[in-house]
Design a protein around this ligand. Structure first.
Ligand code: OAD
Length: 243
């Protein structure tokens, strides 16, 4: 299937679901998960830092890693792929549901609405343990991480860590979008992490499913078309100019 064929599918689709992963932010300068990390943190693997166990063992270190990631994401800008998705949604309200595994907030900053952020949002935080009345009575005490001044409960990044469940309402909405779409575009994901990758497989049972990725992904076998290229190049070509 060619790019022109998939453009036709986009034009003809009444309900499009898009699943994105780290690759859609690569051209904004955010390293993907399976790329080597650079600098001070290169010797740590995200899998070793992004767990509740790691946070409880060394909250200061894990908090600092997230402070670094927040700062990095704040310095970068959405790219042409993010913008093409947002413009499509704005021009055709209700026709495109956007599901992302990314926590970087770039889809939202590009202007997308109703983003189903399966793995949470990097810029937000929440209580580590169930908040007690004292936790919410006063603003958290500054620190690395901030904490409840009375009971010591810690603030933690509002992202999904390894071994944690996805936010149930977000996942349910994403499953609904995957089940009811007639076209699913899957961009910038290796397709190895579930349940996110399962959404593409669910969609492919009833709808057309298209993978956009410069390299191979684990979802290629289930796709009706695989477009080899980057999301900042291909998403505008698929979604713009009268699509
Ligand atoms: P990965 O790092 O696993 O995969 C990134 C994918 O993007 C790869 O398939 C690349 O080929 C592709 N890619 C690279 N540059 C691209 C570009 N410019 N345009 C399009 N694609 C490009 O990232 P994810 O699949 O998002 O989970 O990883 C899924 C989850 O694994 C993450 O959300 C995270 C991690 O464990 C949690 O944190 C819970």
């Amino acid at each position: 299937m060619s790019l022109a064929d998939v453009r036709e599918w986009v034009r003809g689709a009444t309900s499009i679901a898009v699943l994105t992963g780290a690759g859609v932010s690569q051209e904004s300068g955010v390293p993907t998960f399976r790329d080597a990390q650079t600098g001070l943190w290169a010797r740590f693997r995200p899998e070793d830092l992004a767990t509740e166990q790691a946070f409880r063992a060394d909250p200061g270190m894990v908090w600092d890693w997230y402070v670094m990631r927040r700062a990095m994401v704040a310095r970068v800008e959405p790219n042409a792929g993010h913008r093409a998705l947002a413009r499509f949604q704005q021009a055709r309200p209700g026709r495109l549901a956007l599901i992302t595994q990314n926590v970087d907030g770039l889809h939202q900053r590009a202007g997308s609405t109703g983003v189903l952020a399966l793995h949470g949002t990097l810029q937000d935080d929440r209580w580590l343990d169930r908040p007690r009345p004292c936790c919410t009575a006063l603003p958290p005490q500054e620190g690395r991480p901030p904490r409840c001044g009375r009971c010591g409960n810690l603030r933690r990044p509002a992202v999904v860590w390894f071994g944690e469940l996805l936010p149930a309402e977000v996942l349910a909405a994403a499953e609904q979008a995957a089940r009811s779409c007639d076209l699913m575009l899957v961009a910038g994901t290796s397709g190895v992490v579930y349940p996110a990758a399962g959404l593409a497989r669910t969609a492919a049972e009833r709808a057309r499913m298209v993978v956009v990725n410069p390299g191979p992904s684990d979802l290629d076998d289930a796709a009706h078309a695989v477009l080899r290229g980057t999301s900042a190049t291909l998403l505008p070509q698929l979604l713009e100019d009268g699509a």
